[in-house]
Design a protein around this ligand. Structure first.
Ligand code: C2O
Length: 345
């Protein structure tokens, strides 16, 4: 039984699993009146967009990115390209605004299963295309937070200036640079030396990417078919460091560690997109580790799709099978050191 038509436009409801005392919000996309089209990959001849490491970019690049987010934040809230609507995409798919077709008692949840990597790749794809459209630079590529390498193991500088649209006041005040990330963070501060923390982080990465991730479902998460209850089980990277860094970044004085620490608000922090670009990079890198590491071949996974507004405000149906190869989507990642490759614990 294919999980093929997970959501129907117009069938979006109020989020079903908001934390109890959070004010009700609507996460559904603005209504689309045209004809939904299938995603078609961009023509292959174009040079690839190269997503850069956030801590390595120059000020020209940062200004472009700031401009894009500034425009997004200035659009009316009901515009599909507005920053709030972009953040709401996450809420809708993660706080149960959609039900499974034919299973109106079962929610659609893109976390804690094999949907995690493809959903977020598609979401970022359009976020990036929209950024490019808003600044008139279709080749613009979003940055990635390079938390898997020592120099990237703190909040990248571009996100930390109070006046900048890349800043978010709702972050853990104790985790500002030069505080080094704890990839296994569980809300308890360990106060390790920078050196010890870096070594531990690298061996954590080695385990999550290599030694503990040598089957597809270990790495990507468990199968989740139509008719299944959500949350079949996370892959290695989704749990650590994806979840842990959400928790590490969110404001510990807020009840649910908003913004980054809880689904409904996570994508309201511009760092969300840098965090997820690196998560997406992990999927890309995992398949280069050895030839046995391959995507699922299950038709239910390949045929699953999600709906997004594209950069022309057209609603698009994007199948998992069309997002498996970043190069076919027109982008790749800056080549940087991969220090965890040999960091056996
Ligand atoms: Cu949809 Cu980082 O979570």
């Amino acid at each position: 039984l294919a999980f093929a038509d997970p959501i129907q436009p117009g069938k979006c409801g109020p989020p079903d699993n908001l934390p109890e005392d959070v004010n009700p919000i609507n996460c559904c996309p603005p209504e689309f009146r045209g004809t939904i089209i299938d995603f078609t990959p961009p023509p292959p001849s174009k040079p690839l967009r190269v997503r850069p490491a956030a801590h390595l970019v120059d000020s020209d690049y940062i200004h472009k990115f700031i401009k894009a987010i500034e425009i997004m934040k200035s659009l009316p809230e009901d515009h599909p390209h507005s920053f709030m609507q972009q953040a709401a995409v996450h809420c809708a798919y993660c706080n149960d605004s959609y039900k499974q077709q034919g299973h109106s008692n079962l929610n659609i949840q893109v976390h804690k299963s094999w949907l995690f990597f493809p959903f977020h790749r598609q979401y970022l794809y359009f976020f990036e295309k929209i950024c490019g459209k808003l600044i008139g630079d279709p080749d613009f590529a979003i940055p990635f937070w390079n938390w898997d390498a020592p120099d990237g193991m703190e909040i990248p500088g571009m996100y930390t200036h109070r006046e900048s649209p890349l800043y978010d006041a709702l972050r853990n005040a104790d985790h500002q640079p030069p505080c080094v990330v704890d990839l296994q963070y569980d809300t308890e501060e360990k106060h390790r030396s920078r050196e010890d923390q870096v070594v531990l982080n690298l061996s954590t990465m080695h385990r999550q990417m290599i030694s503990g991730a040598n089957t597809t479902s270990l790495f990507m998460g468990n199968p989740y078919h139509a008719g299944d209850r959500p949350c079949a089980g996370s892959g290695t990277i989704e749990g650590v460091p994806h979840d842990t860094l959400h928790t590490w970044t969110g404001d510990k004085s807020r009840p649910y560690l908003e913004n980054m620490g809880t689904f409904y608000s996570a994508a309201r922090d511009p760092m969300f997109y840098g965090h997820h670009a690196n998560v997406d990079r992990m999927w890309y890198l995992w398949k280069t580790i050895d030839a046995t590491r391959q995507d699922f071949g299950d038709k239910d996974w390949l045929e699953t799709f999600f709906y997004f507004y594209d950069e022309n405000a057209q609603m698009v149906r994007f199948k998992v099978k069309d997002c498996l190869d970043t190069e076919k989507l027109g982008y790749t990642y800056q080549k940087v050191d991969i220090p965890w490759k040999n960091a056996k614990p």
